[in-house]
Design a protein around this ligand. Sequence first.
Ligand code: AHM
Ligand code: MG
Length: 372
Amino acid sequence: HAADARRTDLMTITRHVLNEQPKHPESKGDFTILLSHIVLGCKFVCSAVNKVLLFLFPSTIGSPIAISTSIPPSLFSQAGLAKLIGLAGETNRRPFALLSLNQGEEQKKLDVLSNEVFVKALISSGRTCVLVSEEDEEATFVDPSLRGKYCVVFDPLDGSSNIDCGVSIGTIFGIYMVKDKDNVSLDDVLQPGKHMVAAGYCMYGSSCTLVLSTGNGVNGFTLDPSLGEFILTHPDIKIPKRGKLYSVNEGNAKNWDTPTAKFVEKCKFPKDGSSPKSLRYIGSMVADVHRTLLYGGIFLYPADKKSPNGKLRVLYEVFPMSFLMEQAGGQAFTGEQRALDLVPTKIHQRSPVFLGSYDDVDEIIALYAAEE
Ligand code: AHM
Ligand code: MG
């Protein structure tokens, strides 16, 4: 049986990517190595998010060794996730000092920790040359001695407003190939999303799921905690052609432009006899996009009068998710053009985005076209 085979013949993410290698004859295993470092970052964040205590010994700063200690469940309920996860602070090395931290001090530590882990893992892979992280204002140019041919753009921990209440959050990443390894510049990452060679995200939810495309469709892997391996659980994901869900922050409705307003009105009060769509919105892009990918529907973060470019960042939010959507048979649109055609001019640039089921995105494209 197929199910039996899956249990004994484990398709790990590494094996999967190695299997794909013959499709890229020029490849020498560098991508596999790069990916294994991204996977390491995801496992680290997953374990941190899962309320494992981490602390760095002062004597090992520079080559930090992370020690993890499980906390008894009774302590979670007393302390709350928010009070257990912010342990990276330089001034708070003792695990239980954390319990007495006040509000301001504990904010966002998990983001900072995740970023550090990804940056270090990516540099030490020896396969990267430029890194752009949502957490760092400037791009990181890898020291020439450690340089490889890939550029990685990433949001190490997206959906930060959901951290403290334990709702799903995620890591998003996109990978470009450098043009000339000896002549690296920001232009290597200021490229349209269609030039990405791979993109993916990892969702830290009820399970830890990594969704990846290397340009040959989309596959989903679930972390088996007992093995510490991501196992292929969602082969060849295709998004339904039309969905029954829409996902948007309707609190911004008063500032929307006409096509967005008309579109959402149509979701709720369809005039063609179809059923209204259901609204699902978590406010965590990885979780909202993951549901959209599996169940179908549309996710939108449109422009509004206050934020004419929307909220989401082109390089490490809009592009990777648009890449995955297209690879799964869906579409992604900015309100002006195919999202993956956009040419960014700044690394932290924002863009409105509408992505999801092919037919649903077609509707919003038509509404914008009617405006012109
Ligand atoms: P963040 O990078 O500060 O976490 O913000 C990005 C998040 C996305 O995950 C999500 O889609 C969006 O912000 C939600 O924004 P809003 O709260 O305005 O609905
Ligand atoms: Mg973000």
